[in-house]
Design a protein around this ligand. Structure first.
Ligand code: FES
Length: 234
């Protein structure tokens, strides 16, 4: 069956919140680490009540997280500085393996760290004639919430992507005691404050600590400043 036409939308308001519409489900998602403290998988968390539209904080200061409470009016500068090029034009590194090709746009890194497990996604890509290495590389790519990494399966002639419905997750990263960005899944339309429409992608992360240098997208700053306004989703 054809996938339903996307209905969700996020508008980045000028120096204010993300205005979400289209009944987009909102829940929390936690980064789980293995015995070596390496990010290995996701655990679903609390679901928020369904709503046709809502406003999510992007200044990092709300007292009613993850929703906006007007705190941004105290003086939040939310100027969007991210590239407006399509992902394929933003790629700054490629790794060509026997069975996989790995593409990387480092500016989009949300520091979720799935790519560092075992030998790391780049090395696993180089070993991708080994089915286990290939499987692990694809799994790591698909776990990357920000869409920094993408992979092309040379055998199957297709892009490796998880099958996501349109939805949003607030990322928690308890292993390093931070809370992270908004994980936007399933190709939700994201519109800039000036009306520009960013490329629709299956996985992207929107900044909600207010400090990214690549707004509206996350650049991992939340991990460096210890952002955790809700104390691990409580
Ligand atoms: S954007 Fe409104 S309180 Fe943060």
């Amino acid at each position: 069956m054809e996938k339903e036409i996307n209905k969700g939308k996020i508008v980045v308001s000028k120096d204010g919140p993300y205005l979400v519409s289209g009944n987009l489900p909102l829940e929390r998602a936690e980064i789980v680490v293995d015995e070596n403290e390496e990010a290995c998988c996701w655990k679903k968390g609390k679901k928020y009540p369904a709503d046709e539209s809502y406003a999510l904080c992007r200044c990092g200061k709300s007292k009613t997280m993850p929703y906006c409470d007007g705190s941004h009016m105290a003086g939040f500068a939310g100027t969007e500085t991210a590239s407006r090029k399509k992902y394929l034009e933003q790629i700054d590194a490629k790794t060509l393996g026997p069975d996989l090709e790995l593409f990387d746009s480092r500016a989009l890194c949300a520091n979720a760290r799935f790519c560092g497990r075992k030998d790391g996604t780049w090395e696993l890509t180089k070993q991708s004639e080994d089915p286990q290495a290939k499987k692990m590389a694809i799994e790591q790519v698909c776990n990357c919430p920000a869409g920094r990494l993408t992979a092309w399966d040379k055998k199957l002639w297709k892009v490796c992507e998880p099958d996501f419905e349109e939805s949003l997750s607030i990322i928690d990263d308890p292993a390093i005691k931070v809370s992270g960005p908004i994980w936007v899944k399933g190709g939700v339309q994201i519109e800039a404050a000036d009306g520009f429409v960013y490329e629709k992608r299956n996985r992207v992360c929107l900044c909600r600590c207010g400090k990214s240098t690549n707004k509206p997208f996350c650049d991992g700053t939340h991990t460096r400043i210890g952002f955790n306004p809700e104390k691990d989703g409580q």
